[in-house]
Structure formats: C-alpha cells, structure tokens
Design a binder for this molecule. Structure first.
Ligand code: 13P
Ligand code: SF4
Length: 354
C-alpha cells in the first residue's frame, strides 16, 4: 500500500534536519514505507558491519528488531546512540533462549563431563546476554550468511558445538554444508530436565542444537515445496536456512536474505522462482524483477509477515526521527558494560572469520 504522503514529507524533513548526525539502517524484512528512508539495507551480517562503520553518526536508527539494535550498540562507540523506533519489535526466536536457561544448559554439559569440549556458536538472532555467554565460553556469533564458516572455526577450537537458539540453521548447516548426519545432532529442550537428554546422548553428539525456531520460517512445509513444483513447472525453490530441514533438503537453493537478492539479480529473464522467506522482502523482489520477466512467487500463501519486524512502521519512524531532530533521545537501546564486553568478544570473532 502506498505510504501516507504527509508522513513521508515529515520523515524526509526530520531526516534532512538531522543530516549526517543520523544514519538509518533497514533490514530486508522491513516494510516498503520504512525501507525508502534507509541509508543502507542489508541482512543482519551486513547491517552489523555497516553500523560499526559509521563513527560520525551520533544516532543510528535501526529499522529491524531488538537483537539487531543491541548488536549495533555493542559494535558502535560509546557516544553513539542506537534507536529502535518501536521497543516492541522483538524476535520470538531470540526470546527462546534466556540467560538463565543457557546457564543451566552449561551446568548440564559440565555434569556430563563435556563442557570443556564444547564451543558455543550463537546465531545473531539472540539477546546480548546470550552473546555475552558465547563470548565468555570461547564461542562466536554467526549469521545465516556465515554459519558454515563459523562452524568450521568452532570445530577447530573444540570437538562439539552448542548451537543456539535456531535449531534449523544449526541442523541445516551441519547436514547440508558440513557433511554431518542427522544422528550427529541432538536437540536440547530448555523446558525439560537435563534438556531431555541423557549424558550418553550428549557425549555422542557433535552438534547440540537448542530447541528454538523462527515462527515465520518454521511454517513453510514440504507440502508447499511439492505444491509449487506441481503448479509452476521448472520453478526454482529458494529458501532461507531458518526453514525446517525437510524444506531446505527439498529446495534448490538456500541462503540469507542478501544471498536471495543476489541470486534473483543474477537470474535470467524468463526464470521462475518460489521464495521461502519473509513476505515484505518477497513482495518487493517480485515487484522489482517483474519488469525483467522474472516470475517470483511466495512459497506458501498461508505464511504471513514477521509481525515484530512489521511493528516498525512509518508513524513510528517519523516519531523517532522528529524526536531526535528536536533533541529528544527516544527508544535508546543500550547494553550494559559487562554484557557488552563479552558480547563484543563473540561478535568480533564473527567479524574476523576468514
Ligand atoms: P538474515 O537477514 O541474516 O538472512 O536473517 C534473517 C532474519 O530472520 C533476521 O531476523
Ligand atoms: Fe525473528 Fe523470524 Fe522475525 Fe527473523 S523473521 S525477526 S527470526 S521471528
């Protein structure tokens, strides 16, 4: 839907008034009405890097979700302020691993006598607390665009990986990219005593997967892949690695949001694509590439937007920009010093991956 011209004008004016003092980052899952004001767009890896590369901006307005804004705060200097236009823009996956649960898990691994062999690898989609835990225990952060490199690195440091919080990215990367089998992976359920696993099961595992998932990507099914192949002969199925293993195994291509965009840019005219990722991005890509004769459809029409990404809308962005332009710092995301120090260690290990 076209954005309200009045709000567009107000956002433009406030941004103009702020000039170089503000830098607006937009994740690919953001609404069109918001993305039009982003100075850069990207996947979560690119945005983390771009936030760190803007030391002149006093304000970083993060159009994305809470864990991304936290990561930006960790990677920027002390006098830079990160603003999330709506504080309710969280991530249900990140909420699936709390600091207490993860500390308890580490106790379970210690009890089983394997903690010393375990390297934590945490997906970017996690709270600053989880990133700090990861840094403290010698681990790294990864995103969907560097998960394989992160796992390669982790298996050079130790024999086992505790992968959190997304079981699907962990499993898909281990099996699809690292040659492991499904039997090498066990699922740790934070809601069960000892994660629902015996000490022997933990000792035999190579990948200990946290039982978390994305509520949006988790809804794409194998049926939707089979259906689209029947409906559109010759279709290329391209999905995000947060999808279930059976979906990823049946797809033709798998990758991060940035990868998906690049693949479609490189696709020949006349090619047909079914995309399994968030709807704002898929719609934008379908509109963008239709004039070039590329047919792009959403993999499963019953799946909808990421509701928390969608919380950042034009009214919230206007409010944040106008407040900053008037000198009112609103919705600042600030990670405490101790958490930040350890979380930064883990994030910097990711940024240094070969
Ligand atoms: P990427 O942008 O890294 O592919 O991540 C997708 C996602 O779900 C972010 O919340
Ligand atoms: Fe979290 Fe999934 Fe939304 Fe990404 S798409 S922010 S992982 S709920």
């Amino acid at each position: 839907s076209p954005s309200d011209p009045d709000l567009v004008e107000r956002a433009r004016k406030a941004k103009e008034k702020l000039g170089d003092k503000v830098f607006v980052l937009g994740h690919h899952y953001q609404r069109d009405e918001v993305i039009q004001f982003a100075d850069v767009t990207g996947d979560s890896f690119k945005l983390a890097r771009d936030a760190a590369a803007r030391p002149e901006a006093e304000y970083i307005v993060f159009c994305g979700v809470h864990f991304m804004a936290e990561s930006a705060d960790i990677l920027t200097s002390e006098d830079q302020k990160v603003v999330l236009p709506d504080l309710a823009a969280g991530c249900s996956m990140a909420d699936m691993a709390t600091a207490e649960q993860v500390a308890e898990c580490w106790d379970v691994l210690t009890e089983a006598g394997i903690a010393e062999q375990v390297v934590p690898v945490s997906y970017m989609n996690s709270s600053a607390d989880i990133k700090a835990f990861t840094g403290k225990h010698g681990g790294t952060i990864c995103t969907s665009s560097n998960a394989k490199r992160a796992l390669d690195w982790a298996f050079e440091q130790g024999e086992k990986v505790l992968f959190l919080p997304d079981q699907h990215l962990g499993r898909n990367t281990a099996v699809r990219d690292m040659g492991m089998s499904l039997e090498d992976c066990v699922l740790y359920n934070p809601h069960k005593p000892n994660g629902g696993l015996t000490a022997d099961e933990l000792r035999a595992a190579k990948m200990i997967l946290w039982r978390g998932h994305c509520s949006v990507h988790g809804r794409f099914s194998l049926d939707s892949v089979n259906d689209v192949r029947e409906r559109i002969p010759g279709v290329n199925v391209l999905v995000h690695p947060e999808c279930k293993h059976e979906v990823v195994a049946a797809a033709d291509y798998v990758g991060s949001t940035e990868y998906i965009i690049k693949a479609l840019e490189a696709a020949p005219a006349g090619s047909k694509w079914a995309i399994g990722t968030e709807l704002n991005l898929v719609r934008r890509l379908a509109n963008r590439f239709a004039p070039e004769g590329k047919e792009i459809v959403f993999l499963d029409k019953t799946v909808c937007f990421c509701s928390t990404m969608n919380r950042i809308d034009l009214p919230h962005l206007v409010w944040a920009l106008e407040s900053l332009a008037e000198g009112n710092l609103v919705n600042r995301i600030e990670v405490d010093k101790e958490t930040e120090a350890f979380a930064k260690l883990a994030l910097e290990r990711m940024l240094a991956l070969p």
